[in-house]
Design a binder for this molecule. Structure first.
Ligand SMILES: Nc1nc(-c2ccc(Cl)c(S(N)(=O)=O)c2)cs1
Ligand SMILES: [Zn+2]
Length: 267
């Protein structure tokens, strides 16, 4: 219905059908270059231009601000870090990171590899740096305005570097709550080991949340992050979609979208 807010499928019925589930999302969400997709690894094309990333400011340890935005938990990165290389056409500033997850440990990632889904997926969202050349023939709606670095998360050994974020979840159970991490962590602390970041998939797609703008250059890394099962389950246990704490925040995962004619590249 017009004016209703967007939500994930598991929120539709509990909201008494007042919110719009994924098949009713508006804006660009019903177009044909959407995300997430299943990555059929055998059909990916090796692209030698997809070299290593250069990460700037990813080593800086900070007590980041963290918020429950009603759809995910979001760490606000305040333009402190940026990426270049990795086959990208420009430098991109890091804006925020957030995650998607389920309490079912093989159903919580948005992308999948050959039909395999992971417990969670972490997205580090970057925006293209504005060139200095004004009103040249800069494309006004480029397909790569946003660069998301996507990392799968699987259940395994305890990841001490994630503890500040896991512990912060207890401070922000309700939408629009904010807190600060109690310990300094860097973006590198949250990622797989640096030498594992050379292998990734690349394709052009969209935001996986409304308005689903088709302006995202996706990088999906092959190496998963490992968290202990209890660290993963904390996201579904501590966070709520609603102020009345009636509906735990879980399965905040958009259904797979058709790949269409898009070629998925691999580094
Ligand atoms: N309000 C919210 N916005 C998002 C968001 C914003 C930008 C982007 Cl790029 C994405 S995603 N999942 O495509 O990486 C999600 C999540 S929850
Ligand atoms: Zn996301």
């Amino acid at each position: 219905r017009a004016g209703s807010h967007w939500c994930y499928q598991n929120q539709v019925k509990p909201s008494n059908y007042t919110c719009l589930g994924p098949d009713q999302w508006g804006d660009s969400c019903q177009n044909d270059r959407q995300s997430p997709i299943n990555i059929a690894t055998a059909k990916t094309l090796l692209d030698t231009n997809l070299g290593p990333f250069s990460f700037s400011g990813y080593d800086k340890k900070q007590k980041w601000a963290v918020q429950n935005n009603g759809h995910s938990v979001m760490v606000l990165l305040g333009d402190e870090a940026s990426i270049a290389g990795g086959g990208l056409a420009a430098r991109y500033r890091a804006k925020q990171l957030h995650l998607h997850w389920s309490k079912v440990l093989d159903w919580g990632s948005e992308h999948s590899f050959d039909g395999d889904r992971f417990a969670m997926e972490m997205h580090v969202v970057h925006e293209k740096e504005k060139g200095t050349s004004r009103n040249t023939n800069q494309n006004q709606d480029p397909k790569d305005e946003i660069a998301v670095l996507a990392f799968m998360v699987e259940a395994g050994s305890k990841n001490v570097n994630f503890q500040p974020l896991v512990q912060a979840l207890s401070d922000i159970p309700n939408p629009n709550m904010n807190t600060m991490l109690k310990d300094n962590i860097s973006l590198f602390d949250l990622l797989p080991k640096k030498q594992k970041l050379r292998h990734y998939f690349r394709y052009l797609g969209s935001l996986t949340t409304p308005g689903c703008d088709e302006k995202v250059v996706w990088t999906v890394f092959q190496e998963p992050i490992q968290l202990h099962k209890d660290q993963i389950l904390a996201f579904s246990q501590k966070l709520y979609y609603d102020n009345e704490k009636k509906l735990k925040m879980t399965d905040n995962v958009r259904p797979l979208q058709p790949r269409g004619q898009r070629q998925v590249l691999r580094s």
